[in-house]
Design a protein. Sequence first.
Length: 129
Amino acid sequence: MAFNILLVDDSATVRAVISKALQLAEVPINELHHAANGKEALDILDGHWIDLVFADINMPVMTGVEMVEKMCQDGLLKTVPVVIVSTEGSATRIDQLKDKGVRAYIRKPFTPELIREVVHNIMGVQNGN
């Protein structure tokens, strides 16, 4: 099964790095969408079926936290798994995000193997599939 994935980060370079890590991790991708902030991400989520979101915390216009809060208020969007990818590593912040439904937290820098492990865990992919 190939996934529709949304990458949300104000840095095009970081989005490209996550995209490359997904390729190197051999994550099957159907569609890959990009957004520079939480508002753009919500617009994409409103118009496309997305299986998984990778999002930064600190972005202009709308932060990753604000995006997650808006997703939680929407009956369908609150079911879309979100993985935070950030340099911010505060245990308190991570716990707050997980309380809001964030499924995983990846600290930058990361490896393709970690990306693969997180996708497999969240999406229920068995090794070898």
